[in-house]
Design a protein around this ligand. Structure first.
Ligand SMILES: [Zn+2]
Length: 139
């Protein structure tokens, strides 16, 4: 599908639940991930410890808030401008996703025709007018 790249801040980040998450008493968040390998050798484990800001962001990721909402909280908590908070959060979420640490899912979905973000409960795409069929399982 062509079109503009989806802004990760429009999506809802969610921590991968199959990874081992730990939080130290001082609030540092760490996650243990499996290194990908081309060979069928035992997978190596790698523990990543996040810095203060990273840990704070991860503590906000609850699977309900969108990136934009998290950026707003981040900017207020850390005294950052909203644009700076959004820019750094955008990069952080992309990195986490590419490493398989979080998943990003659509809040209210995207148009199947043009990929535009849909408002809550939208039956028609506000961009191109395509009707959005809800996904229903058969049987
Ligand atoms: Zn559309």
């Amino acid at each position: 599908m062509k079109g503009r790249e989806r802004d990760p801040l429009n999506l809802i980040p969610e921590r991968r639940q199959d990874l081992l998450w730990e939080t130290t008493p001082t609030g540092e968040v760490s996650v243990t991930i499996k290194q990908r390998s081309l060979f069928p050798i035992p997978q190596r484990l790698r523990k990543i410890v996040f810095d203060e800001t990273g840990s704070y962001v991860l503590s906000l990721i609850d699977g309900r808030m969108t990136g934009f909402e998290i950026a707003r909280i981040l900017s207020e908590a850390k005294g950052l401008g909203i644009e700076q908070a959004e820019a750094s959060l955008r990069e952080f979420l992309k990195t986490l996703q590419s490493r398989g640490i979080i998943t990003l899912r659509g809040g209210f979905g995207h148009c199947k025709a043009c990929g535009a973000d849909l408002p809550e409960g939208a039956l028609y795409c506000p961009q191109c007018g395509t009707r959005q069929a809800s996904e229903e399982s058969h049987g």
